[in-house]
Design a protein around this ligand. Structure first.
Ligand code: NOJ
Length: 444
């Protein structure tokens, strides 16, 4: 299997995010983001790590874009740090920040790499968080100001856009479970944040459509096949609830179907209390592609003691299933099935895999990282994607997560997902064997 098996127009890229790679978090006029402040709270990030230096991409972007090219990819996905453009989230602009993204884009174009911008990849300006962040009604007008600015400023040069990265990821981890920034808890925070995020997702799409000529606009959803632990009706129903939350909750409003409230009273109550039907039209947008980001399936068991969702994950290691160093099950067949689940909606025109990858413990031996497990992971997942494509599913691209080891949110710098190893003390990059594997795969 080689890249040519996917057709000549297929997009091959690597995905990254501002807070995970840029560093220069407190310089060149950038305002603090919620990850800068969250990482100062004791115990929130493993080993007390923080994103202030990260991969120092801010100073090293020409070499890093050259690496994208060396590996043979033709797309570089990166996100714009909102607080680098608007230090307090709105109003006053930071010209240096604006120029920085021009430089990154120009460098991509110069090196023959297509830039793809994510508008929001989790690093909300701290100043907006103080006003309630995604839970506050006012967030939508601020987001629209930011989206409009970026579309107008960069839209002549950048045609590929992703509005929001993993809405379920940051609203659940950040506003319900408190393990990601801004560290809030509670179902009510989650539902408030979810509604505003679903609105922003569609608003962003509409803004890009209006401002950017010939734009190719998508948004990126986390997704996981949800497998009931047994065939008992309790496990099956629990699995359906998790599926509604993790796979359908943000996708269906986008497709004009509203939130998936029908079979679950908790979601029904949320819809009533938030009058979500009033927003149904506003949450809809006809995206050019739907981004799917898959890492693992989840096996779900009914558990009455878990509030609200009454479901519990049976972890891969307890089932003796193969898993990555993150504990995430390696299961390429389930990648194939979740692609099919997303593609089954008649409104979904095409799918782009906007993230997929794995963290395995890497060891630098004699200047080499022989990450065979990661190579096998990619081989299996790409074969599964090819199978779906050959069955007629319209898949237009694949972006590997990620170019280089970086700041993996609450896991800090320990969880290495890169195709390129990064020494965070010296910032020296070393291409892993998986990177060379990609180089070969993409050359044919
Ligand atoms: C999804 C997120 O978008 C990305 O930021 C993260 O690093 C990867 N998953 C791996 O956890």
């Amino acid at each position: 299997m080689y890249s040519s098996d996917f057709g000549k127009d297929f997009l091959w890229g690597v995905a990254t995010a501002a807070a995970q790679i840029e560093g220069a978090a407190n310089s060149y006029g950038k305002g603090p983001s919620i990850w800068d402040t969250f990482s100062k709270r004791t115990g929130k990030i493993k080993k007390g790590h923080n994103p202030s230096e990260a991969c120092d991409f801010y100073h090293r972007y020409p070499e890093d874009i050259a690496l994208v090219k060396t590996l043979g990819f033709n797309v570089f996905r990166f996100s714009i740090a909102w607080s680098r453009i608007f230090p307090i989230g709105h109003g006053t602009l930071n010209k240096e920040g604006v120029a920085f993204y021009h430089n990154v884009i120009d460098e991509c174009l110069k090196q023959g790499v297509t830039p793809m911008i994510t508008l929001y990849h989790w690093d909300l300006p701290e100043a907006l968080s103080k006003e309630g962040g995604w839970t506050a009604f006012g967030i939508n007008s601020h987001f629209n100001e930011f989206a409009t600015f970026c579309a107008k400023e960069y839209g002549d040069k950048v045609k590929h856009w992703i509005v929001i990265n993993e809405p379920f990821g940051f609203t659940s981890l950040g506003y319900m479970l408190g393990v990601h920034a801004p560290g809030q808890n509670g179902v009510s925070n989650f539902f408030d944040a979810a509604l505003h995020t679903a609105i922003a997702q569609a608003d962003g799409g509409k803004i890009l459509r209006a401002e950017v000529k010939n734009a190719v606009i998508g948004t990126a959803f986390s997704c996981s096949e949800i497998i009931p632990y047994t065939q008992s009706s309790q496990d099956i129903i629990a699995a359906k609830r998790v599926d509604a939350l993790m796979n359908r909750f943000f996708l269906e409003p986008t497709l004009g179907m509203g939130f998936p409230t029908a079979d679950w009273d908790v979601l029904e109550k949320f819809a009533i209390s938030h009058s979500t039907w009033r927003h149904q039209e506003r949450m809809r947008f006809d995206f050019d592609f739907i981004g799917v980001q898959n890492y693992f399936p989840l096996v779900i068991k009914y558990n009455a003691f878990i509030p609200v969702v009454q479901a519990w994950e049976v972890k891969a290691k307890n089932r003796r299933a193969p898993h990555t160093a993150m504990g995430w099950e390696v299961n390429a067949d389930s990648f194939y099935r979740i692609i099919k689940q997303f593609a089954a909606y008649p409104q979904v025109k095409n799918i782009m895999v906007t993230e997929n990858g794995a963290y395995f413990q890497d060891h630098l031996v004699d200047g080499k990282i022989n990450d065979q497990a990661r190579i096998e992971y990619f081989e299996a997942y790409l074969a599964a994607m090819l199978k779906a494509k050959n069955e007629g599913i319209n898949i237009t691209g694949y972006l590997a997560w990620t170019l280089m080891d970086n700041f993996e949110w609450a896991e800090g710098y320990q969880a290495r997902f890169g195709l390129v190893y990064n020494d965070f003390k010296t910032q020296q990059r070393t291409i892993k064997q998986s990177g060379y594997w990609w180089q070969d795969f993409l050359s044919k």
